[in-house]
Design a protein around this ligand. Structure first.
Ligand code: ZN
Length: 71
């Protein structure tokens, strides 16, 4: 689970491969409209805090379940 959290923080910056692991998704569309988060930006700092918090870890299954059931 720890690796998943680290991976998420890389993914939002547009980094899909890093020293220890890589994203599990396939190739991304080149003409992606949404911008990636900037490393060190307030948004990324905030996300890091959330993702690395224990409370989030305990509740993340709710969000994952929601995502899958919404597809
Ligand atoms: Zn990724």
């Amino acid at each position: 689970m720890f690796c998943f959290r680290i991976g998420l923080l890389h993914h939002v910056k547009g980094e899909h491969e890093w020293s220890l692991d890589a994203c599990q998704h396939g190739p991304l569309e080149e003409d992606r409209q949404k911008e990636w988060m900037e490393k060190g930006s307030l948004a990324h700092e905030a996300l890091s805090e959330i993702v690395l918090s224990e409370r989030w870890l305990k509740e993340v299954h709710k969000y994952l379940h929601f995502r899958y059931s919404a597809v």
